[in-house]
Design a protein around this ligand. Structure first.
Ligand SMILES: [Zn+2]
Length: 319
């Protein structure tokens, strides 16, 4: 039986239903919760978030799962996630780890690989900050600037060790500068099929992302910024023309890599410390992406594979 940790407990992966593999309940830079200007009351956060999750659950037409790729220091809030999950019926999978070395607070930034490994394992096997909710995925990432820093590498190595020891998978924020990442995962004996290299479709970074190399070593590809498109009224700097991103995704599938791709919208239900991107929510997946895939000849079984089977095989905790 393949299991996965959600914030309300450990369940068989088959119960996850439709999976959005890379989303955020609320992402903010460390310290945003201390900024009077941006501080949001719990009521406001619920009001912004609950309708989006309810809609997502309705669209899924059964079980649905939200993988929160926020990690430590960027606004992760487990009791809040538990309450949202209870209220809406959406399974929420929390992540341990960090979006990038540059968002790890000083306490963690100064820590050794051994210490970070212990933190990740504790969050996966015991619970996250005083709760009994266990992490289901380990987040790592490349700091701003596009080159892996010494701290990024320390976090990747700790993540690899925790993944080998617990069987929980790793997901990356960005897949540029992939060689040091691949080397660390291989040195630590982590099967690259356990790594989802994220944001390979990102408007800024996709051209520098070595997807062929990632596939060659057995990694998975996260086309997880669907909806951040130049067609938006006020597009963010990482936006990309909708057709360009879709063509990239279709090319990858048609080259025989359907089993290696995952897709998501990387949207914020209620952003912390920044205004967020207007008009973009997790429900882009159902409202635009899936109809677009169908129009482009991707059949129901392939769509099911991306949002169900591929997600299950990736998320299933290996024992
Ligand atoms: Zn993200």
């Amino acid at each position: 039986m393949s299991k996965i940790n959600t914030v309300l407990g450990t369940i068989p992966v088959e119960e996850l239903g439709f999976v959005a593999i890379h989303e955020h309940i609320g992402y903010g830079m460390p310290g945003s919760e201390l900024d009077t200007k941006w501080w949001k009351s719990p009521e406001v956060r619920y009001e912004e978030t609950v309708p989006k999750l309810r809609k997502f659950h309705d669209y899924a037409g059964g079980a649905s799962t939200f993988v929160d790729a926020t990690g430590i220091c960027n606004g992760r809030d487990i009791p809040y996630y538990q309450s949202l999950s209870e209220k809406t019926g959406v399974h929420i999978v929390a992540s341990t780890g960090f979006v990038g070395g540059d968002t790890a607070l000083a306490h963690f930034a100064r820590a050794s690989v051994e210490y970070l490994t212990e933190v990740f394992i504790h969050e996966i096997t015991v619970g996250i900050v005083g709760t009994n909710a266990k992490a289901g995925v380990i987040k790592v990432g490349v700091s701003r600037g596009g080159r892996m820093t010494e701290l990024d590498k320390r976090i990747y190595r700790a993540a690899a060790r925790a993944a080998v020891q617990t069987g929980v998978p790793v997901m990356t924020h960005l897949a540029i500068d992939a060689e040091p990442a691949i080397a660390i995962f291989q040195e630590e004996g982590l099967d690259l099929d356990r790594v989802l290299f994220g944001h390979v479709d990102d408007g800024v970074n996709h051209a520098q992302t070595p997807t062929e190399r990632i596939l060659e070593v057995g990694g998975r590809l996260g086309f997880d910024t669907f909806g951040y498109e130049t067609e938006l009224p006020d597009p963010p700097f990482w936006a990309r023309p909708r057709k360009d991103r879709m063509d990239h995704f279709l090319r990858t599938i048609n080259a025989g890599h359907l089993d290696k791709v995952l897709a998501s919208a990387d949207a914020n239900c209620s952003p912390l410390g920044w205004p967020g991107v207007k008009g973009h929510t997790i429900n882009y997946i159902f409202e635009v992406l899936i109809p677009d895939l169908e129009r482009n000849g991707i059949d129901q079984s392939a769509i099911d594979q991306i949002f169900h089977d591929n997600a299950y095989s990736y998320l299933a905790q290996q024992s």
